[in-house]
Design a protein around this ligand. Structure first.
Ligand code: G6P
Length: 438
């Protein structure tokens, strides 16, 4: 039986994950779940509600929550990490500062993602170090954003750590593939995919007998993008629906593949800015919906002393984190898309880049599959973007204003070095309690 720590205990995603772990106990037996957060006031209601929820699921899982790192990180097998340094108040700034200057305002792409990366690096390293100190054999399954920059930072600064970086976006899109194809589950699909995090393409989608399903998907995407009615609560929001629709135009640029939705920020930044409200961004939408709803449900459960009549959502795609833990714990060699050092998997691309590619996962971690050579269009885009991600990490390590300015200038979302500098200066001001002194 496994002992799990969820880092980011006060996150609105935590109750859904706890509920999902309890519901999957047959395939992933659990002895203990602990929550850890450095913000007691956020974690308290979530933890208290999860306790009631677990009790009512008749589970014998031992449960606790704490802000004490030693208590949290001692005697665990896995740390599932989804932290947000600076919370939604800072996400709002990441989005609104670039938008003020007519540049894409997004939490993981462009200057906003870079700002968030500079905050996340020390946060993720801190919990990784706690894990290594108190449970040196444990694995960290990390889905803290911005995953690309965080992954590059851990490659550079903790190259031998047992951390696996994974993103839910390809999984959410593969769920849509399954819906479009009328299949029960994305697990009926075998895919080939390559790219960087939030920056990749599917080159093959088949069923288990090797039957090519890509053409059928491409016919759909050419007309409607990924606009398929989804059950996923997160992606029901209008802003996500617009994103899925826009996949049609990303696809048009290379109709031999299928794209990750996040490419829209790099390929259609003008459209994105024109369709953004600089006074009300996704952070505002989330604060008014998910943030409110989850804490309301938690308080209701606590007040009523029962979780009956309430339900926490775990996006169906959240099960990937259990798949990953199972693959490691039980050596299943499941094939999953992970963010790993390239090391020649894409043979005409920087071997020291963190890339998102299929891997077989077993008890000693991911074994990347070979991709071969990639075309000039993708290679060019990826080289530019990976340079941005590397420069951010170098800027963090060297506390370099110059390198962060270069990183923002190089982002495909930014029109010039002067705009980059203006945005950077505002971001420095907004992040002064989080970033190193540049
Ligand atoms: C997707 C991405 C995540 C990102 C999230 C943001 O799931 O893969 O990396 O954090 O969307 O969603 P939100 O609903 O907070 O805008």
């Amino acid at each position: 039986k496994q002992k799990i720590l969820i880092a980011g205990g006060g996150s609105t995603y935590t109750p859904g994950i706890v509920a999902m772990l309890a519901d999957n106990i047959d395939r992933f037996p659990i002895e203990e779940i602990k929550l850890y957060d450095d913000l007691a006031e956020r974690q308290e209601p979530i933890g208290a509600a999860c306790e009631i929820l677990l009790r009512e699921k008749n589970s014998d899982i031992k449960f606790s929550y704490t802000t004490d790192p030693e208590e949290a990180f001692t005697n665990i097998d896995f740390c599932m990490a989804h932290i947000r340094v600076g919370l939604y108040a800072m996400r709002e700034k990441d989005e609104k500062i670039p938008l003020k200057y007519g540049v894409v305002g997004q939490e993981t792409c462009g200057p906003g993602g870079i700002a968030y990366g500079m905050r996340s690096i020390p946060g993720v390293l801190e919990i990784l170090d706690y894990m290594e100190k108190y449970s040196p054999n444990a694995w960290m399954l990390n889905y803290s954003n911005p995953a690309a920059i965080v992954a590059e930072a851990t490659r550079r600064l903790r190259p031998n750590s047992k951390i696996i970086n994974i993103c839910d976006m390809p999984i959410a899109i593969e769920n849509i593939f399954a819906d479009i194809l009328g299949l029960e589950s994305r697990k009926e699909l075998t895919v080939r995919y390559y790219g960087l995090n939030h920056f990749g393409w599917w080159t093959s989608v088949t069923d288990k007998s090797g039957h090519d399903l890509l053409p059928q998907l491409q016919r759909f995407v050419a007309k409607d993008g990924y606009a398929f009615e989804t059950e996923d609560f997160q992606h029901k929001h209008p802003s996500w629906k617009a994103t899925f629709k826009k996949a049609k135009d990303i696809y048009a640029l290379d109709p031999t593949t299928l794209p990750n939705t996040y490419l829209k920020y790099y390929l259609y930044p003008d459209y994105e800015v024109a369709n953004s409200n600089p006074d009300f961004t996704r952070a505002n939408e989330v604060m008014e919906t998910r943030e409110k709803e989850v804490f309301e449900i938690a308080h209701k459960i606590i007040d009523n002393g029962t979780a009956e009549g309430t339900s926490f959502h775990a996006g169906a795609h959240a099960t990937f984190i259990i798949d990953l833990a199972c693959a490691i714990a039980f050596n299943t060699k499941e094939r999953m898309l992970l963010i790993v050092p390239n090391n020649g998997a894409i043979d005409n691309f920087d071997s020291e880049a963190m890339v998102e590619i299929p891997c077989l996962v077993g008890n000693d971690g991911p074994e990347p599959l070979s991709i071969g050579s990639i075309p000039t269009f993708q290679k060019g885009l990826m080289e530019q973007q990976v340079a941005v991600e590397k420069l951010v990490v170098e800027a963090y390590i060297e506390e370099s204003y110059q390198k962060l300015w270069q990183a923002i200038t190089l982002s495909k979302t930014v029109p010039s070095a002067s705009v980059a500098k203006t945005i950077l200066d505002d971001l420095i001001e907004a992040n002064k309690t989080f970033w190193p002194q540049l």
